[in-house]
Design a protein around this ligand. Structure first.
Ligand SMILES: Cc1cc2nc3c(=O)[nH]c(=O)nc-3n(C[C@H](O)[C@H](O)[C@H](O)COP(=O)(O)OP(=O)(O)OC[C@H]3O[C@@H](n4cnc5c(N)ncnc54)[C@H](O)[C@@H]3O)c2cc1C
Length: 523
């Protein structure tokens, strides 16, 4: 993984000429004056952890699994949001952990948490490092040091129960590897977020991820049947049946806990038979309103395709749903319907009939295939846009159908108000019977301080989402960036409950300090 951008540096791409022209002519983007620094030039603070504590960590995980090199620290600094990348490109490694520790078992994780609690060392669980909400930048104040707990060595498929259709994985398995391991047995998880090639199963559970095929396979939290979690207070082993009436479901307390309550060391996940066929098709609707109505009808009356995504007019015009063909979009609004499975013919015919009845114009397999080809390449495009001087970032929210137009307008207006004349694009990324999520992409010229520029805009968008009655996140999670808005969603009693759980499971407060849990306020 590139330390200052996305993915495999060998796959980095030049911006096509039509995109350069678009940026220059439409937005007035100019190349930044200062190029990105080299890895060796990133400034990290001196290692704060005293030598005896580094040795104590090595005593639990093994000396070869405790790294304090400049490169290891840089590679575990923050996540992959645009401000994260901009800071790294500018050589700002101020959030670097003091050490990177790679445990090899649940027992080692538990031992490290005991040690770090006793010595007041902050611990940041680190999966694929793809957080886009500041979930990997722990607050340092009051701690002897900060350790990134990299789960990469916990990378095994432990067991597959094909009768129950449950597979047990360790948390550090990346999604692409999980699919490869399952495909060898004719199975799939069906979880394909855009971060698929790098994000881990533990990270998906910890941040309540949603994938591009979640309409058909469900969100990641729907797939989690059981979890083992190491906490400073001891081990939680949750989930002995698919559903239960035995009180509140504590699995739900772990899902979305973003490393603040414990470290997920094992996951029991529902799997499905791998589809014999995948077919993605395009449809055109006259307007976002007409397309949204069709998506709502599909979600409410069914059948629902595995992939269901509707771009608004601007996103369609730019061609963002087909990253390989940016700048060549058409008019109206593009809907992608993806069908997966052996018995999809009947379902596909029913979906097509419904979309046609609701005003959709069939575009055939071309747009769907282009979307499929480019579905994991947009993050590479972001790197090229940043290098060219554009600030580009994504954000998402969700709401009930009746409130969705208000939410859409509120986010757009907040972005326009904060950034002047940015390009704001949106698509319905996930649809449910009662509502949907809206996923925005914004492009604007970088100003002299692009991190501050984005932080101002993001603060306004967060406030607008709260005010318009949406949730602050549908699938990116809370981290530090959404913590205050999350607190506003919970209210003071909710915040005190969260705080009580944190205090019980992590009495020394070492786990991801500053992430997820807002400072407690009197109820
Ligand atoms: C280009 C790009 C595209 C993305 N697309 C999507 C998308 O389509 N859908 C989506 O849902 N998200 C998406 N994301 C966000 C991100 O990939 C998800 O939040 C993902 O769940 C993070 O997984 P990870 O393994 O990288 O976790 P990390 O980023 O390493 O960690 C995320 C959070 O979980 C905690 N954590 C990690 N592992 C564990 C563990 N085992 N136990 C306890 N806590 C843990 C971390 O401390 C952190 O707070 C995208 C991000 C990028 C950069």
């Amino acid at each position: 993984m590139s330390w200052s951008g996305w993915g495999d540096p060998a796959r980095a791409r030049e911006l096509p000429e039509q995109v350069r022209t678009l940026l220059h002519d439409l937005l007035g983007v100019r190349a930044p004056a200062v190029p990105a620094v080299a890895l060796e030039a990133v400034r990290v603070p001196p290692v704060a952890l005293p030598g005896p504590l580094v040795e104590a960590l090595a005593g639990v995980a093994g000396a070869e699994h405790v790294l304090t090199t400049h490169e290891a620290r840089v590679r575990h600094t923050r996540g992959k949001s645009t401000p994260d990348l901009l800071r790294m490109r500018a050589g700002d490694g101020s959030d670097a952990p003091d050490a990177v520790v790679l445990p090899g078992s649940h027992e080692e994780v538990a031992g490290l948490l005991r040690l770090c609690s006793a010595e007041r060392i902050a611990v940041v669980p680190f999966g694929g490092g793809t957080s886009v909400v500041g979930g990997l930048a722990a607050a340092r104040a009051g701690f002897a040091g900060v350790v990134a707990l990299d789960l990469a060595r916990l990378d095994r498929l432990r067991a597959v129960d094909t009768e129950s259709m449950v597979a047990e994985f360790e948390p550090g398995v990346r999604a692409a590897e999980a699919e490869r391991l399952l495909a060898a047995r004719g199975l799939t998880l069906g979880h394909f977020p855009q971060s698929f090639e790098y994000a881990t199963l533990g990270g998906f559970a910890a941040a309540r991820s949603s994938g591009q095929a979640s309409a058909g396979y469900g969100r990641f939290d729907d797939m989690v049947m059981g979890l083992t979690v190491a906490t400073p207070a001891g081990t939680l082993d949750l989930g002995r049946a698919p559903k239960s009436a035995a009180g509140p479901d504590l699995r739900q307390l772990v899902l979305g806990s973003e490393g603040a309550f414990g470290v997920i060391t094992s996951l029991r996940l529902r799997v499905r038979r791998a589809p014999a066929e995948r077919r993605y098709e395009g449809w055109r609707f006259a307007s976002f309103a007409a397309g949204s109505a069709a998506v709502r009808t599909l979600a409410q009356e069914g059948p629902v395709p595995a992939v269901l995504r509707l771009s608004d007019e601007t996103e369609t015009m730019i061609g963002l749903a087909e990253p390989d063909a940016i700048g060549s979009g058409g008019s109206g609004c593009l809907l992608i319907a993806g069908h997966e499975g052996a018995s999809e013919t009947g379902r596909r015919a029913a979906v097509s009939a419904l979309l046609a009845r609701l005003g959709g114009e069939p575009l055939g397999a071309g747009p769907g295939e282009a979307w499929e080809r480019g579905r994991f390449s947009a993050p590479y495009l972001r790197d090229s846009l940043l290098a060219a001087g554009a600030a580009v970032e994504t954000l998402e929210t969700a709401g009930f159908w009746a409130n969705l137009p208000r939410l859409y307008d509120a986010v757009r207006l907040a972005l326009l108000g904060a950034l002047g004349s940015p390009l704001v694009m949106c698509h319905v990324s996930h649809a449910y019977e009662t509502g949907a999520s809206l996923y925005f992409t914004v492009v604007t010229p970088q100003d002299a301080d692009p991190v501050a520029q984005w932080e101002r805009a993001k603060a306004e968008v967060n406030a607008a989402i709260v005010e318009a009655g949406g949730t602050i996140t549908h699938h990116h999670g809370v981290g530090r960036d959404h913590r205050d808005a999350y607190a506003a969603e919970l209210g003071p009693v909710g915040v005190s409950v969260l705080d009580a759980v944190k205090t019980r499971l992590d009495p020394a407060g070492i786990l991801n300090p500053g992430v997820l849990v807002p400072p407690a306020t009197p109820a």
